[in-house]
Design a protein around this ligand. Structure first.
Ligand code: PBG
Length: 327
């Protein structure tokens, strides 16, 4: 054959492939989610997230110090609230001495440069496991009242020293409300990473085990988005940017690579993607069975999310990937 173009020339050796790689993953791309629980010296494995743990604050701090040395620059905090503090107002969410607020302060004290991001939603504090306040008679989630509660929650995270608040609730109008409240209260350094395109997904199952936060009735389909849709992802994201979001997010990641690309092409703020608990669990389970090479699956998955357009990736594999990339 006399071929004008031989595509295999640029794949011939490892060195050539390295020279021509378009997408390079680094530990700077990662946000490490952390599950924090009350108590001392606690490290509990989450049954549906093998190799992932819930830790008490003292153990979390040891962990964060180590993560910093591996090159992890950001952590995203989630707390497991005890049953006694759960109600339908979510008021524990803005308790200045609550577990989240104490955790933010302690982590910033221990590793001041670590970028601390906090989840903003009522589900860990809700007796109904919903992200907002429930109208008990109608069985619905009340939007505007929830935004008021979440605004108090955001302010308390900012007061504790959070670098970014990360609202995952999907109520309408929350980004504008938070930005206004942050401005009015002098929190001009606090960023907002909005979960702007968050889908109602079955892939959050293991996370709800981790925080004991599964919805007590119904599902989250009246606030999280329908996975059949892409236009509303663009609409919501553009609205969040206009309302003041510093970073936007697509969640989950691997079943939504098209949405990540679409959002990346539609906005000029950084885009993050959340490689969620169920996506972690799938790789872990297949690797445990010997059906997938875990390390290769991690790097291929995370690279594909970055290639799709994610500037940042929240992933439970952040530490494993950082170690693989550092070697
Ligand atoms: C809570 C929240 C959820 C996740 C992040 N924040 C669960 C949910 O919406 O039910 C999921 C994260 C994951 O699955 O890894 N608002």
């Amino acid at each position: 054959m006399y071929l004008q173009r031989r595509n295999r020339i640029t794949r011939r050796s490892g060195a050539i492939r390295s020279l021509l790689a378009e997408t390079l993953l680094t530990p700077n791309d990662f946000i490490l989610p952390l599950f924090i629980t009350e108590g001392q010296d606690i490290i509990e494995e989450i049954p549906s997230m093998k190799g992932y743990y819930r830790r008490s604050l003292n153990k979390t701090i040891e962990d964060v110090k180590q993560m910093w040395t591996l090159g992890i620059k950001a952590v995203l905090l989630f707390v497991k609230a005890s049953d006694e503090v759960k109600d339908n107002t979510g008021k524990e969410a803005w308790n200045p001495d609550g577990l989240m607020q104490r955790s933010v302060k302690a982590i910033k004290d221990a590793v001041p440069e670590m970028v601390v991001m906090t989840d903003v939603a009522l589900d860990p504090y809700s007796i109904y496991g919903h992200d907002g306040i429930v109208d008990i008679e109608k069985g619905t989630i009340i939007n505007d009242q929830t935004v008021e509660a979440l605004t108090l929650m955001s302010l308390s995270h900012a007061a504790a020293g959070a670098d970014f608040i990360a609202p995952s609730d999907m109520m309408d109008g929350r980004i504008g409300a938070f930005r206004k409240a942050l401005e009015e209260n002098g929190f001009t350094d606090t960023g907002i990473m909005s979960y702007s395109a968050k889908y109602a997904s079955c892939f959050y199952g293991p996370f709800r085990d981790a925080l004991d936060s599964a919805p007590g009735f119904g599902d989250k389909k009246t606030y999280q988005m329908n996975y059949a849709n892409r236009l509303e992802a663009i609409n919501e994201t553009l609205q969040d940017v206009e309302q003041g979001a510093d970073i936007v997010m697509v969640k989950p990641a691997m079943a939504y690579l098209d949405i990540i690309r679409e959002i990346k092409n539609s906005v000029t703020v950084p885009v993050s993607a959340y490689h969620v608990s169920g996506e972690y669990a799938m790789i872990k389970a297949a690797a445990e069975k010997g059906w997938l090479d875990e390390n290769k699956a991690i790097l291929e998955s995370l690279t594909s999310i970055k290639r799709a357009g994610a500037d940042l990736i929240a992933t439970y594999f952040a530490v494993d990937a950082a170690k693989l990339l550092n070697n």
